[in-house]
Design a protein around this ligand. Structure first.
Ligand code: 4NP
Length: 171
């Protein structure tokens, strides 16, 4: 597991005027829209929203146009995050438009590698769990879709830790 400061892509962006981040999962209705909501809250808390463009997308096309999964919205709302993203699929041009593309698990990473137009573009892919430092047995952000309430809470715990640390490394 690489730590924050070892990630060259992130290191190169530190302090940049404008940073564009795309969070990616499979469905774009649970993990990545939650990551988008949490990261937007982190940059707002730090009065730093103007410097960031934050979006999310899915590698799959099952839910295009949908709001996040109702369960994700309910659990996020309890922590103060209002998730209003509309599901969209990742496109090759996202690799041009964004500085970093943050995958939730290894399957997302492999799918993103297939979509990346060039090998150079693949360097933009980073792993969300590399930035989470809470004590869990997870080395990825686990898909909560077929889980109960605990799965959604675990995702939010991991995302809150990872977003704080990602922001710190980009400050
Ligand atoms: P996500 O979760 O990748 O965190 O948005 C999923 C949502 C929907 C499906 C799979 C994962 N699905 O197969 O419909």
């Amino acid at each position: 597991m690489t730590t924050l400061n070892e990630n060259q892509t992130v290191k190169a962006l530190k302090g940049k005027d404008k940073i564009k981040i795309l969070f990616v999962c499979l469905g774009n209705i649970c993990r990545s829209p939650a990551a988008e909501g949490v990261m937007k809250a982190v940059v707002e808390e730090n009065n730093d929203s103007a410097r960031f463009e934050i979006d999310s997308a899915g590698t799959g096309n099952y839910h295009i146009g949908d709001l996040p999964d109702r369960r994700m919205r309910v659990h996020a709302q309890r922590r103060g995050y209002n998730l209003t993203h509309r599901c969209r699929q990742v496109t090759p041009s996202d690799f041009e438009d964004f500085d970093i593309i943050v995958a939730m698990d290894e399957s997302n990473r492999r799918n993103l590698q297939r979509i990346a137009p060039t090998i150079e573009d693949e360097k933009k892919i980073i792993m969300m769990a590399d930035f989470a430092d809470i004590a869990t047995r997870y080395d990825h952000i686990p898909d909560p879709y077929y889980e109960g309430a605990e799965g959604f809470e675990l995702v939010l715990d991991l995302l809150e830790s990872a977003c704080q640390n990602l922001y710190t490394s980009l400050k």
